[in-house]
Design a protein around this ligand. Structure first.
Ligand code: URP
Ligand code: ZN
Ligand code: ZN
Ligand code: ZN
Length: 485
């Protein structure tokens, strides 16, 4: 079998930094050591050899708000690889009333085009006996151990507290993990109607309709419901101090809760919505909205302290024409922004190059932490013999200015347009296949494979054991009074 060797680089993992060559055979790492040779040699002089990024939150070709997100599994995973991300986890989203396996069939069909490996989270968009029953097969047969619940998008995807409690309880039984989009959907719907009635129809009103308090409240509520049900909880797109505070407090109290800030919330702020150009503002409409510096500082501190775990993108890209569905009514602007190609370079530039994160912390929050949470470590998220050769050779001196004109994403703009980044892939490898060679894209449509993820990762077992030990039990009493006398 021909070998590829990455030579002269510095291996950087979540916990180690050392000089070594890395050999790859048959798509996996076969040897790590000094002076290795191979049929193909890639020069990593001056570079860091890191686990490829894992983006745990994407929406590729997703039906949403009357349209489909415009990046599919081809353009989306090409964008991912171009920016050093080698695995994406997309949300299979049943329409209300649709079965889970039906939805998975749709996602199976779309994902045959993937250029890098991928997995799915399942979304619970409605509740009933069919969903309850199918959850078992989704976990045990399909290898999907994460289920997302929308606490917002009332009248569409939103589920209520009783439904969440029922679903979370089922997930606890199955050894799976609950995920939430945490915003109080009832209050968002009321605020939206009020703003529109008062003539606030522009994209700035999107931000007014979803203040940080609605996210904080929903995060607290989700944490409480997960605790009652005894299930681990992953909070997607944590964007504000109130939500971070809830997660931090839960962690300090021993609860199994993780928070996921997005690169957009870390680096772009609410002033974008007050831009005089309607298109500029609408292109940045997403939920939760961008926030102010106080919230951004909180998110960075969360990554530094470990109270927030993973940086994602929530990549859900709509063209300018699609965004214009909401001219005259901000609530019709399709919610979502792109970021797959830019997550790693933006985080390196604004995180590592500023001293807010160490290179090892960068690997942890872009790859290793989520691989552990999702239970696909060390196949993914590791530089170890036997791990998949999903690797990025990271050149800290390589620079560019982000521009839609050179991006892989299919849309006609980029929310990071004009941002200068320093720190980019020299090479990106997906299971040993060289997909990016010094800026040249050599991706292979269909190369990507589905990553199965078993239930009952360590934390599920530990949590259910603890919940069992501390469960209510009737007190065995003595001296029972004789009744009926
Ligand atoms: O605005 C967003 N985030 N769009 C994608 C769907 C979601 O809520 O994650
Ligand atoms: Zn969401
Ligand atoms: Zn999302
Ligand atoms: Zn290949």
């Amino acid at each position: 079998m021909p070998t590829t060797v990455i030579k002269n680089g510095t291996v950087v993992t979540a916990d180690l930094t050392y000089k070594a060559d890395v050999a790859i055979e048959n798509g996996v790492i076969s040897e790590i050591g000094q002076g290795l040779t191979g049929d193909t040699e890639l020069d990593a002089t001056g570079c860091y050899v890191m686990p490829g990024g894992i983006d745990p939150h994407t929406h590729l070709e997703m039906p949403f708000m009357g349209t489909y997100s415009s990046d599919d599994f081809d353009s989306g995973t090409r964008a991912a690889l171009s920016g050093g991300t080698t695995m994406v986890v997309d949300f299979a989203l049943p329409a209300p009333g649709q079965g889970l396996f039906d939805a998975l069939q749709m996602w199976d069909n779309k994902s045959t085009r993937a250029n890098c490996d991928y997995s799915f989270h399942m979304a619970v968009t409605w509740w009933g006996e069919q969903v309850f029953n199918e959850m078992e097969g989704v976990v045990k047969d399909r290898g999907i151990n994460t289920f997302k619940h929308f606490m917002a998008y009332k009248g569409a995807l939103m589920v209520n507290d009783d439904e969440m409690y029922a679903s979370f309880t089922r997930l606890a039984e199955l050894g799976a993990t609950a995920m939430v989009h945490a915003e109080n959907g009832d209050v968002v719907a009321e605020l939206t109607a009020k703003l529109l009635a008062e003539g606030n129809t522009g994209p700035e009103a999107h931000a007014y309709s979803r203040p940080s308090q609605v996210e904080g409240e929903a995060t607290n509520r989700a944490i409480m419901i997960a605790d009652m049900a005894g299930v681990p909880l992953y909070v997607v797109h944590t964007s504000c101090e109130e939500a971070h505070e809830a997660i931090r407090r839960a962690k300090q109290n021993g609860k199994r809760v993780w928070g996921e800030p997005l690169i957009q919330h870390l680096t772009l702020d609410e002033s974008e919505y007050f831009h005089p150009d309607w298109d500029h503002a609408a292109r940045r409409v997403m939920s939760p909205p961008f926030r102010n510096k106080k919230h951004q500082d909180s998110l960075w501190a969360g990554l530094q302290s470990g109270t927030l775990s993973c940086v994602a993108t929530d990549h859900c890209a709509f063209t300018t024409d699609q965004k214009r569905y909401g001219v005259g009514d901000f609530s019709k602007i399709p919610n979502g922004t792109g970021g797959l190609e830019d997550r790693m370079p933006m985080l390196w530039t604004q995180g590592v190059a500023t001293g807010r994160l160490t290179p090892n912390e960068f690997v942890a929050v872009t790859s290793t932490n989520i691989a552990k949470i999702l239970n696909c470590y060390p196949k993914k998220g590791a530089v170890l013999v036997g791990a998949d050769a999903d690797l990025v050779v990271w050149d800290p001196e390589k620079e560019k200015t982000i521009s839609a004109s050179t991006q892989q994403s299919a849309i006609d703009y980029n929310v990071f347009e004009g941002h200068h980044v320093k720190g980019l892939p020299r090479f990106t490898l997906t299971r040993g296949h060289l997909a990016v060679h010094d800026g040249e894209i050599r991706t292979q449509e269909g190369h990507g494979e589905f990553v199965k993820r078993e239930p009952n990762a360590t934390v599920n077992k530990a949590l259910s054991q603890w919940k069992d030990l501390t469960a209510p039990r009737p007190v065995q009493r003595t001296g029972i009074p004789v009744t009926g006398v």
